[in-house]
Design a protein around this ligand. Structure first.
Ligand code: NAD
Length: 472
């Protein structure tokens, strides 16, 4: 029986390995992590991440050919193929701080693999890494291993999107595998192809050299983020000219050379990947003396930051130039719908902007608890000086943040509502009931353009929706 070990049981490692186990019943898959709390959650009823369909997949395989463990060394020792999906955040200190990828977790995984292995292994880069990382990993493995042990490194970047991870893994657009030239490299590529061939059509499995595969992942995220920044830049121009961004994006989407995806204007992109991967790309460009190319990609992030601050400014200026002491309901904190992930969510910057002007926030997200917000803010070193409470608050409460458990509670006595995540349930809210229980005038700032503006205006709300003519 082929044995696979997946190092890193996060948003990528957990779902990816679960789907491999589902589709390859004859392969034993062990997912390992240094985080005891994460592994015990994977072994419980309450999985550590929310993804539609994930629970069913895990239930089907766990205990049969899918195992979650903190015994990293044992499973690495036993594995034939090791998928590494550890985190690669932006470096916080030292050379390249704020841009370069922090490969500490990768390096320690590689050193541990070298230390423990007694047989040849295929090591698969699942994490998003800078181009030519495989070279550095190869050196670590070669210089620290037992004599005679050989490794083949493959780059197999993951293209799943949170919120649709299981669907993306079961039916991927493409699987990308980069490997070394030469017979051993080709053999390793073939072994990985054989695994995916259990459910992915052959013509969707692309093979390249290692560096193209590594760079393709960074390019992929940069292109997607660029589309969002492009339509968001258009949204600002729409507001200035009374064009409507939804009409502009509809017109663009019908151009088959452009297509419909990633054309929704919003309060900005978030998530753990887009910003860090573009910054990483910028750093690589600068390191190679390509300053103009680096500047080009930097603009994608600048426009994203501008979009978030534009939204905050709009809220404050609309509400008589101050939100001081006013209760604002924040609907949605996750960086997108159908995930509980709040890493780099635009909600953080919007909330900080509003709190900076003295607002009181009442946050509701169907999948994000107060505990999760606290944990994500501290784990990701977000500077956030405002204590977060669970108790409901009155509109007279001074500057603070409360997390509540439903949208009606969040909006009660509020002066304004900010929609910051496109959860479907926000479309189904009884806005008449909400309006009746709010302070007047009552404002809605739709940062995701999911609500029916005309209906809200008929109800009596003053509405701001991104990239549309103003109602102010
Ligand atoms: P994550 O933080 O959710 O998970 C990483 C896990 O690795 C953590 O649980 C951590 O404890 C564990 N880990 C770190 N060092 C370890 C070690 N030495 N041994 C064992 N476990 C270790 O991160 P994620 O969102 O799953 O992302 C992982 C990688 O995949 C990143 O490089 C990211 O850029 C990339 N990626 C993420 C997504 C996404 O949507 N989240 C999509 C594609 C690619």
């Amino acid at each position: 029986m082929v044995k696979i070990c997946g190092i890193g049981a996060g948003y990528v490692g957990g779902p990816t390995m679960a789907v491999v186990a589902l589709k390859c019943p004859s392969i034993e898959v062990a997912v390992v992590d240094i985080s005891h709390s994460r592994i015990s959650a994977w072994n419980s009823k309450n999985l550590p991440i929310y993804e539609p369909g994930l629970e069913e997949v895990v239930k089907q395989c766990r205990g049969k050919n899918l195992f979650f463990s903190t015994d990293v060394e044992k499973h690495v020792y036993e594995a034939d193929i090791i998928f590494v999906s550890v985190n690669t955040p932006t470096k916080a200190r030292g050379l390249g701080a704020g841009k370069a990828a922090d490969l500490t977790y990768w390096e320690s995984a590689a050193r541990m693999i070298a230390d423990v292995s007694q047989s040849n292994k295929i090591v698969v880069e699942k994490s998003t890494v800078p181009v030519r990382t495989a070279e550095a990993i190869g050196r670590i493995l070669a210089h620290n291993s037992k004599k005679g042990i050989k490794y083949q490194i493959l780059s197999n970047p993951e293209f799943l999107s949170e919120g649709t991870a299981i669907q993306d893994l079961l039916d991927p657009d493409r699987v990308l595998i980069g490997g070394n030239d030469g017979p051993e490299g080709h053999e390793a590529i073939q072994k990985l192809k054989d695994i995916y061939a259990n459910w992915v059509p052959e013509d969707r499995i692309i093979t390249t050299n290692l560096w193209s595969a590594e760079l393709s992942k960074l390019a992929d995220n940069a292109f997607l983020a660029q589309r969002i920044s492009s339509i968001n830049a258009m949204s600002a121009l729409c507001e200035a000219t009374s064009a409507e961004v939804s009409q502009v994006s509809h017109a663009l989407s019908k151009n088959t050379k452009i297509g419909p995806k990633f054309l929704n204007a919003s309060v900005g992109f978030g998530g753990s990947c887009f910003q860090k991967d573009i910054l990483n790309l910028v750093y690589i460009c600068e390191s190679n003396g390509l300053v103009e190319v680096a500047n080009y990609w930097k603009e994608v992030i600048k426009v994203n930051d501008y979009q978030k601050s534009r939204f905050v400014n709009r809220v404050v200026t609309s509400m008589f130039n101050t939100v001081s002491g006013k209760k604002i309901a924040v609907l949605g904190f996750a960086f997108k719908k159908d995930t509980s992930d709040t890493r780099k969510t635009p909600a953080i910057d919007v909330c900080k902007g509003l709190l900076g002007d003295g607002a009181c926030l009442s946050i509701y997200d169907p999948q994000v608890s107060e505990e999760q917000i606290q944990k994500d803010l501290s784990m990701n070193n977000v500077e956030w000086d405002y204590p977060i409470h669970l108790q409901p608050m009155s509109s007279t409460t001074v500057k603070q943040v409360n997390v509540v458990s439903d949208a009606y509670e969040a909006t009660k006595d509020a002066h304004g509502i900010c929609i910051l995540t496109e959860w479907d349930e926000f479309k189904a809210i009884d806005y008449q009931r909400v309006f009746d229980n709010m302070q007047k005038p009552a404002f809605v700032f739709d940062g995701r353009n999911i609500l029916n503006v005309d209906k809200l205006r008929e109800t009596g709300f003053i509405v701001y929706s991104i990239g549309r003519p103003l109602d102010l």
